[in-house]
Ligand binder design. Sequence first.
Ligand SMILES: Cc1cc2nc3c(=O)[nH]c(=O)nc-3n(C[C@H](O)[C@H](O)[C@H](O)COP(=O)(O)OP(=O)(O)OC[C@H]3O[C@@H](n4cnc5c(N)ncnc54)[C@H](O)[C@@H]3O)c2cc1C
Length: 407
Amino acid sequence: MVQSRSDGNRIFIAGAGIGGLTAALSLSRRSRAVTVIEQADELRPVGSGLQLPPNTMQVLRDLGLEDALLPHVVAPRAIEVMTWRGDAPVAEIPLGALAEKRYGAPYLVIHRADLQAVLLKAARASAGITLRLGTRLRGAAQNSDRIKLELEQAAGEADGEIPLDHDTGAALIGADGVWSTVRRRVMGLRAAAFSGRTAYRAVIPASDVPERWRNVTGLWLGPRAHVVHYPVSGGERFNLVALVEEDWQEEVWSGPADRSALLDRFRDWPGACRELLSLPSSWLKWALCSMDPGTSWVDGRFALLGDAAHAMLPFAAQGAAMAIEDAEALARHLDQGADDIPRALRAYESERQDRAERVMRLARSNDRIYHMSGPLALARDMVMRSLPSERLLARLDWLYGWRPPGA
Ligand SMILES: Cc1cc2nc3c(=O)[nH]c(=O)nc-3n(C[C@H](O)[C@H](O)[C@H](O)COP(=O)(O)OP(=O)(O)OC[C@H]3O[C@@H](n4cnc5c(N)ncnc54)[C@H](O)[C@@H]3O)c2cc1C
């Protein structure tokens, strides 16, 4: 028999990814009871690198996670920008101590699995957080004073409904990523669409990589493609991503990639770039899907955060950062407006939406700029060469200088 008990104040979060776990921790810190529902029966160490720019670090610091993150991160000295025409940098954007001084927090890089593991450990240690792994949100309904969930077992012996101590509560937060069920099924909003870009990812031992690249983020620009690389896992491993404009022919949105076809795609690129791309013995590829700005993230007691609200191309390296910022803002508004949840959620949306959409536009504009060819690319390189390196960083002060209000 299905147990069903009401807890009128409980907040439900669908998705134990980066945004969902951060939101749970931020809410529990404000003494709110939270249940996180995650379809994966185990959070396996999949994925590759993520960038944790200074705008995320204040939130993670406030959650007391900085010390736990430190063994896993690297603070790159700079972003070195090269092009497909040669391996000498056309620009160097200083990070390291300079970024930390400018923004009061470091610019870090990390493996997604390490970040998720740190968040998960903290969530497991928080008395106010209930974690339900192996449980998929299928749907939800709401009336004026509560929400009710429809859940299913994601894998295992039996299909059908599963018991939860509580299946009704004050709000449902969709932190369920780019293919969000809360977005599509619960709120009836448009799904993400394939962007015409594929990310090829690999993680290799850092000891295999030439010394030159081990303490920087490298960015190679070229016609209809670019390459990004940086160290992860406290400098032990090295993350390589090649982002390519191409059609997607497969039935699933990720899978093993054809290594020799990938190397062939970059055959005209500089030797140093090709050397890096040739190091991994295998690659995984991911279809990059994104959304258009402008849809609502809130409907009564339902709200979206992270990729479920604003999945974007990873070309501003802000996907995880925006989910972390959203999580902090959501928890703050739910705490301050606990007596009127729909209003608190609308306040969350109105604080966050402009900023997230500005970042989505930045990612699209970087897509155009990074993939230019011919005279436009030459003009781009000339401008980058002519700008003092600190000016290149200062252009992003609005992004990296963000702090939670009151921090
Ligand atoms: C397995 C995985 C690996 C990734 N690897 C990378 C990477 O290497 N580099 C990178 O830049 N980005 C990666 N991403 C995406 C990146 O994590 C996000 O773009 C960003 O961190 C924003 O996070 P999010 O919390 O909005 O969503 P995500 O971190 O994607 O988390 C969404 C979570 O919701 C869960 N979920 C989905 N539907 C349901 C449902 N119906 N019921 C219950 N749970 C559900 C998913 O299993 C997932 O755990 C990855 C995402 C996933 C899920």
